[in-house]
Design a protein around this ligand. Sequence first.
Ligand code: SF4
Length: 375
Amino acid sequence: MGAVHHTATRQRQGQLPLRPAGPATVRALLDWYDAERRDLPWRYGPRKKADPYRVWLSEIMLQQTTVKAVIPYYQKFVARWPTVQSLAAAPLEEVLQQWAGLGYYSRARNLKACAEAVVRDFDGRFPPTERELRGLPGIGPYTAAAIAAIAFGDKATPVDGNVERVVSRLFAVQESLPAAKGEIRSLAGTLTPARRAGDFAQAMMDLGAEICTPKKPSCLVCPVQQDCAANAQGLSEVLPVKVQKSTRPSRYGIAFLVQREDGAVLLRKRPAAGLLGGMLEVPSTLWSDEMPTKKEALRSAPVTTSWLPVPGSVVHVFTHFRLELVVYRALVPVDASFTLWAEQERCRWVERRDLHAQALPSVMKKVIAHGLGGT
Ligand code: SF4
């Protein structure tokens, strides 16, 4: 009785939610999802199991990428490769070309490797359990749980940044991230229902994207406001607490844009492993802590010719560093005999009209636009 009285007092004082997060929260959230869910091209109606191939494709594309950026890529991929078998049979180069611009290119290489593994090891059907899904290339704990819940209705709990935020607020978790990840994951698991786990996962994603946003969450229209401890304690905008990230280091380099008189541009294929692996690039010096001098840079130039620095520079921000590239430009005759340096087997000439169809990451598109600007 004493505890009940104590709880009621704290509720009146606004320190506890009227209804702690639990099964009623889940029902409220699912009702909201049935009425308000986002209409996304990879989604199936409420209470329907989705095609694992499409769920997988969308979830890989959505890693560190916005829904808006993903939609045209997703539509292009499913039109071109409507099944996992067709994607498995596609040349890697073509997959990288179609992925160009979406970033985090290891995802595209893993996509192809995963499609091949599903065809080879699982007879073209995605396995239904989190454990087996996690054994496939490019599928981590989050993606495995998302596919298991959404495509197979398994009681799995995908926890991404959105869900982390919602759960940390619902339960007023005050420990800072990333240390609080384990606690948040288990609290999220306590909410996951045995039925409609896929809809619940997508409802949490939608709530995080539309209502429980990182800044200025819309608590007044939130379907689970009365269950939310952060709202009751006035902490909605404060949680989750995050440890400050260290500032991004900068790297510098010089890119060599060689153009033939007929307009073709010299591109080089990057090594298969590592950042932007297997993608095409404008040849450049190594990217290091300091901008190389012209003399140092010319040792890495792909041809011996006269180079003209293009005014300004290209800046691109990767997850772990900021890159600044100065572009040197050279025009060479179509039939000139000159020596490409040792890496010429990785180089090719690409007609200017064909540049858009190449596997060029965004940073290299910027370099080309900067180098050719106005020509
Ligand atoms: Fe709580 Fe507000 Fe987020 Fe709803 S929007 S879960 S009330 S913090």
